[in-house]
Design a protein around this ligand. Structure first.
Ligand SMILES: [Zn+2]
Length: 445
């Protein structure tokens, strides 16, 4: 018996050619959230059938995962093969090996239903209170044991990897929300095939094999790290905007669209630099005077009522690469913390002077969220939960997923987006640029 086999393999028995299919995110969600649940149900009710799932596991490791990553997974120690069985919160993909999970599933199910079984076979009277108590205790114990086992497995896998790879994969414990959501254009949680595959490869510290050899913005040799930091072509700015717009959009739903403003001046009441302030012999001095008053400083978002009624919050978005050369020797969480402090030094005092709150919204290119940003997202979730009258945990999941998906899209833009400006290849422009020139145009009729 091989439940699920027929759907993983195609009619010809040669294996579904998922390799060429353009919807890896949907394929993953379908297997992880639906198909897998079906065979786990069978495992819960029939004992001793682990061995029967050998073909399913073979299909997962030899067909499904290579097709999902569009890569060959021939090495036995490929981290993707070692980690796919662990939960997303343990840097895995939540597709456990069914040959191994069968025993645990059957044992847990037998224990959970032990009181019900005893009552049905007549050895005990049924008491709903006792049934619920047994069920709760067993579930809690099973969860705690699984946590311990998963911790141990992840630690053992990471200990055998090079330091930099282990460091990147360990971050996957906190950056996998995008993997846990159902793709949906309505909810804004869908990812293109390449976005999904690149994010999956980066999650396992792999470089996408088909990355351009040279950067089309500056001509330098391309790499993931270069793509994250090359400022040519404005992709770094667009990456920043992608996250800013998502946060702004969520706050406009939680409050109202007019409560969210883009690029606010930090000190909107800053007096203009007067003639007597201008020092012609030292223009830098004049500039600094204006700057110290916060004259030319802007945040990314101004949100009225985020932390309290009638108070503005200035949020400044920052995305950093925790694997950049300058950060590689530091703990990724400390890198985000340092960026938060730097932003606060620059903006906080000026914001407070203007009776405004300030939050540095710092995230990493792979989706780690800084402490301050996390607090802001919690506040956002609680505002939305209150407005929509939905459970906080559900809304929180939605908010985190939206932000996580935005970061995946933003990172992909830097990795794959063109850096060639339009003006470089537009050679047939007319010799006028605004509407006045249109009067030179005449129809032949
Ligand atoms: Zn470049």
């Amino acid at each position: 018996m091989a439940p699920g086999k027929s759907r993983l393999l195609d009619g010809s028995g040669q294996g579904a050619s998922l390799r060429g299919r353009p919807f890896p995110q949907s394929a993953y969600a379908g297997l992880q959230k639906s198909l897998q649940q079906e065979w786990q149900f069978v495992q819960r009710v029939v004992g001793g059938i682990g061995g029967e799932f050998a073909d399913v596991q073979k299909a997962i490791s030899e067909l499904f995962l290579p097709a999902l990553c569009r890569d060959t997974l021939t090495e036995k120690d490929d981290v993707r093969l070692l980690l796919h069985g662990l939960p997303v919160k343990h840097a895995g993909m939540a597709i456990p090996d069914p040959t191994k999970s069968a025993k645990t599933n059957y044992e847990a199910s037998s224990l959970v239903t032990s009181h019900l079984f005893a009552a049905l076979t007549g050895s005990k009277a049924f008491r709903s209170q006792e049934y619920v108590a047994v069920m709760t205790d067993v579930k809690s114990e099973a969860k705690s044991r699984k946590q311990t086992t998963d911790d141990r497995t992840l630690k053992s896998i990471l200990s055998k990897l090079p330091c930099d790879v282990s460091r990147a994969i360990a971050r996957g414990k906190k950056t996998g929300q995008w993997l846990s959501v159902m793709p949906s254009t309505i909810n804004g949680t869908d990812l293109a095939a390449q976005e999904f595959r690149d994010a999956l490869l980066l999650r396992f510290a792999r470089t996408p094999g088909d990355l351009q050899s040279h950067c089309d913005g500056c001509g330098q040799k391309n790499s993931v790290q270069h793509a994250h930091e090359c400022k040519n072509g404005g992709n770094v700015i667009m990456r920043h905007n992608e996250v800013a717009y998502t946060v702004g959009d969520l706050f406009s739903m939680a409050l109202q669209p007019s409560a969210v403003r883009n690029e606010p001046l930090i000190n909107s009441g800053c007096p203009a630099v007067t003639v007597k302030d201008v020092n012609p012999s030292n223009p830098a001095l004049t500039h600094n005077l204006h700057k110290n008053q916060g004259g030319d400083l802007r945040g990314d978002l101004c949100i009225r009522g985020a932390w309290g009624k009638s108070i503005d919050l200035i949020a400044d978005i920052s995305i950093c690469d925790t694997d950049a050369k300058s950060n590689i020797s530091r703990d990724p969480a400390k890198v985000l913390e340092a960026r938060e402090k730097e932003k606060k030094r620059k903006y906080l005092a000026l914001c407070l002077q203007n009776r405004r709150h300030f939050t540095p919204f710092v995230v990493s290119t792979d989706g780690l969220i800084g402490k301050e940003a996390k607090a802001l997202l919690q506040r956002l979730s609680s505002l939305l939960a209150e407005k929509w009258e939905k459970p906080y945990s559900v809304v929180c999941g939605y908010v985190n997923a939206r932000v996580s998906i935005a970061i995946v899209r933003a990172t992909h833009l830097c990795l794959r987006g063109s850096r060639v400006p339009f003006s470089h290849f537009s050679s047939r422009r007319p010799q006028w640029e605004d509407k006045a020139g249109l009067s030179l145009f005449r129809h032949s009729s």
